[in-house]
Design a protein around this ligand. Structure first.
Ligand code: UDP
Length: 459
């Protein structure tokens, strides 16, 4: 059995799309480095994960079921009844925490060499440690947001290398909650009691890379308690023979190079009627082609046309394609007809846009998204849509930013930067993964990780 000669890693991502993807992509990369992976999730999530594991990986990525003891299992990328995004759904979080005994059994049965876990369940470290298995967290948010949290709540004395961000009142609460949570978990994890044979693990894997977040990685190395090991960008892979959604790709085939916008606000957020209306008018005024994904809470029977401005569909005609629910985002961003991404600035979306070289029209909503928006603006590949004093979107502003990013001469620099950056990332090898593999192997063999260190950024 080839498993015997390999390092066996058990992965347990949080049950949201934006977490499963980076775990799965890391799993794939590790299989190329002689790792065997157990990818652990709920049956419903595994069903969709399975579709994304091609034959090439089917032997080295083994799917393992974990069962939530309470609450009906929620389907992936759907909202819950209390209207909160999955992340804040306390029922699901509690259920996931309560699956800990099952997690413990899985570890006992499979006895992996290493666990890679998420921000939940909070007991992941200590359970693994009770079996003397080293465990590291994979951070699915960027280093900028985590270092921002660490700066605000733990080390306000250390200078922060970030430009000021302006938050609107409606963004403030979830933003604070998010950065605080991140900062707090980092602290808690540090003080988690572990068994005596094993020192607490002082490594965190991050879905990021130095060319993008070098200075934040360095900041964290100074203020954080753990060594940051970047393993990104972990972006959704494209399955070439994907039959699903082929009509969208077909539609895109008939558009000119860089002519089309992809408009999507992630897997968790639902736009208000007012937001939909402003965006619709903005898209219409911009005169640019677009694919727009709209989503509605499960169980709400909504006709797409009913929420759009009257006559919108007819007026935009062949210029626009409305998609309800879900679109193959990575495939669309990778397509040569795509010339811009109107995005809510979720971390995965940012990495995918950067990877495929697509300039960004940033419309951050909440959580750490305003910070992500600033980061990609700082890199020079994005422009944020300003909101009015009350935090509302404005159609003219949306149209103007779209035109600048996709069409006007004044946005040439943004477009070029995005394309060049994408090319550079796609060309670069798996240096980061190689470094991470080295660290993980060390962790496994000595079960005591090396101390944190700061690496000079490469130019
Ligand atoms: N996604 C997709 N199709 C959609 C919406 C989202 O493939 O219609 C994927 C997207 O490519 C990304 C993830 O879902 O990998 C969303 O993660 P992100 O961090 O951008 O936002 P979140 O959903 O967490 O708000």
């Amino acid at each position: 059995d080839s498993k015997q000669s390999k390092m066996n890693v058990l992965m347990l991502p949080w049950l949201a799309q934006g977490h499963i993807t980076p775990f799965l992509e890391l799993a794939k990369k590790l299989t190329h480095k002689n790792f065997h992976i157990y990818l652990c999730s709920t049956p419903i999530n595994l069903k969709s994960i399975k579709k994304r594991i091609t034959d090439k990986y089917s032997l080295s990525i083994e799917l393992v079921e974990i069962h939530l003891p309470t609450s009906p299992e929620l389907p992936p990328h759907h909202h819950t009844t209390n209207g909160l995004p999955l992340h804040l759904n306390s029922t699901l979080q509690e259920a996931f925490e309560m699956a800990s005994p099952d997690f413990s059994n899985i570890l006992k049965t499979l006895s992996p060499d290493l666990v890679i876990h998420d921000f939940k369940p909070s007991s992941a470290q200590s359970i693994a440690s009770s079996y003397n298995i080293p465990a590291v967290q994979l951070m699915t948010a960027g280093a900028a947001v985590v270092s921002f949290g660490s700066h605000m709540f733990n080390h306000p004395d250390v200078e922060f290398p970030f430009p000021a961000i302006r938050l609107h009142e409606f963004q403030e609460k979830l933003f604070r909650q998010m950065v605080m949570d991140v900062a707090r978990t980092a602290k808690e994890k540090q003080s988690t009691p572990v068994n005596n044979d094993q020192p607490p693990c002082n490594i965190t894997l991050f879905n990021t890379f130095r060319e993008l977040e070098g200075k934040y990685i360095d900041h964290l190395s100074v203020t954080g308690d753990k060594r940051v090991v970047p393993v990104g960008p972990l972006v959704q892979g494209i399955v070439d023979d994907e039959k699903e959604h082929s009509e969208i790709i077909q539609w895109l085939e008939n558009k000119g190079e860089y002519s089309t916008l992809f408009v999507s606000f992630g897997s968790e957020y639902f736009m208000s009627k007012e937001e939909i209306e402003e965006i619709a008018h903005g898209l219409e005024f911009s005169k640019v082609n677009f694919i727009w994904v709209v989503r509605f809470p499960e169980g709400e029977k909504v006709e797409v046309e009913a929420v759009l401005p009257k006559g919108f569909i007819d007026r935009v005609g062949v210029r626009g394609l409305m998609v309800e629910g879900w679109a193959p985002q990575a495939r669309i961003l990778a397509h040569s007809s795509t010339g811009g991404f109107v995005s809510h600035c979720g971390w995965n979306s940012m990495l995918e846009s950067l990877f495929y070289g697509v300039p960004i029209v940033a419309i951050p909503i909440h959580f750490e998204q305003p910070l992500n928006a600033k980061l990609v603006e700082e890199v020079g590949v994005a422009m944020e849509v300003n909101r009015d004093m009350n935090g509302r979107l404005n159609r003219e502003e949306i149209a103007q930013v779209i035109r600048k990013v996709v069409v006007e001469k004044s946005g040439e620099d943004i477009r070029m930067k995005a394309r060049n950056f994408g090319e550079k990332i796609r060309r670069k090898g798996d240096e980061e993964i190689d470094e991470a593999v080295e660290v993980l192997m060390q962790l496994w063999s000595s079960k005591a990780p090396p101390p944190p260190r700061i690496r000079k950024r490469k130019k």
